[in-house]
Design a protein around this ligand. Sequence first.
Ligand code: MG
Ligand code: MG
Length: 257
Amino acid sequence: MVKLKSKQEIEAMRRAGALVAHVLEQVRQAVRPQVSTAELNALAESLIAAAGAEPLFKGVRSTQAKFPYPAALCTSINEEVVHGVPGVRVLAEGDIISVDCGVRLDGYCGDAAITIPVGQVRPEVQRLMQVTEEALGIAVREIRPGGKWTDVAREMQKHVEQAGFSVVREFVGHGIGRSLHEDPKVPNFVDRGSRTFDLVPGLVLAVEPMVNMGRPDVVYGDSTGWTVVSRDRTWAAHFEHTIAVTDSGSDVLTVVR
Ligand code: MG
Ligand code: MG
């Protein structure tokens, strides 16, 4: 069941979203060669705690995972698409790292992700990040009341595929509110089975294109049962915003205030 949000609820979600954006900005500034993903996670945990908020990914269970999710951030490097677990691995010049963060503040959730280059990256990797961020930008631009989600998703997919990349199918965005994951499911592609939904004021969505340089297929990449990698091991990027449908268009809630 889709739960529409009042204007007051959207303002509460904007405060949660601003915290997420602040955390991601601080992590971006901390990214450099030789920094470990555990250090980035510790930074995020301290910022979330200082704001009196709760990290949403910590403690999440998954049927195939060996343990509940242990961190505030997902840190996915290079061919890792999503759900990389922070640990001892250190970043190297030329890597990319997708950082996903979700918090609950005063009862409402925010969820966003960015892919960050570590120093200088290859031109095609730079283009992968740019195209993925542009796909999210298309959603921000195309979401409007009276629209249908599949019309937005089709434009996102087209942009990615025209660049020669592919949209991950197995993981999708979601409604968000008091809970991290609410209805509806928000795919970044359209296929024969795609169910659409109406874009109406008060609908709040976490839109999160995941884009592979190669084939769209993904697999679990290590023994944790968390880390998702591209099956062909080509690199992947991930950008996400929490976005409200307004009376006139869209309103991005995960921005620094
Ligand atoms: Mg997220
Ligand atoms: Mg999400």
